[in-house]
Ligand binder design. Structure first.
Ligand code: FES
Ligand code: FES
Length: 160
């Protein structure tokens, strides 16, 4: 048995018939071919699989694909525009905050969602928003340096 879903992903209207038990994470990676979203723990604890659903960050390993009917999904692939990285992506590169890179899409999507809600944040608020995101390379210092650069530039940054 499958469920018919209609949704928008990275600005594109799409539809699909999905089995009821398939997670959004698997659907994004295997059916949509968007492998930028990573599977870390697979049970909601690491944040690697974070995507944006209707403006809110969600751990896609905990959401069923069937739940995205009528929703707007944004993945890491939807951030760059006209061949130019999103300023959040650029800040991670400039700060050397990408080691193996496995956790990076989740961190970036979480920062993106945070800035949607807090256009002029403090560094403390930004750090709070990233609680629960794990980096197995333990590159937290450079990640928080990137976040500091993003916070410093937040007023100039067009997030969405
Ligand atoms: S893979 Fe989803 S939270 Fe870790
Ligand atoms: S950069 Fe390797 S897990 Fe974070």
């Amino acid at each position: 048995m499958t469920k018919h879903i209609e949704f928008t992903i990275n600005g594109e209207d799409r539809s699909a018939d999905v089995p009821p038990h398939i997670t959004l994470l698997r659907f994004i990676r295997e059916s949509m071919g968007l492998t930028g979203t990573k599977e870390g723990c697979g049970n909601g604890e690491c944040g690697a699989c974070t995507v944006i659903m209707d403006g809110e960050p969600v751990r896609s390993c905990l959401v069923l694909a069937a739940e995205i009917n009528g929703k707007e999904i944004l993945t890491i692939e939807g951030l760059a525009k006209d061949g130019k990285l999103h300023p959040i992506q650029q800040a991670f590169i400039d700060a050397g905050a990408v080691q193996c890179g496995f956790c990076t899409p989740g961190f970036i999507m979480a920062v993106y969602a945070f800035l949607l809600r807090h256009p002029e944040p403090s560094k403390e608020q930004a750090a709070e928003a990233l609680k629960g995101h794990l980096c197995r390379c333990t590159g937290y210092e450079s990640i928080f340096n990137a976040v500091g650069m993003i916070v410093d530039n937040a007023r100039k940054m067009e997030v969405a």
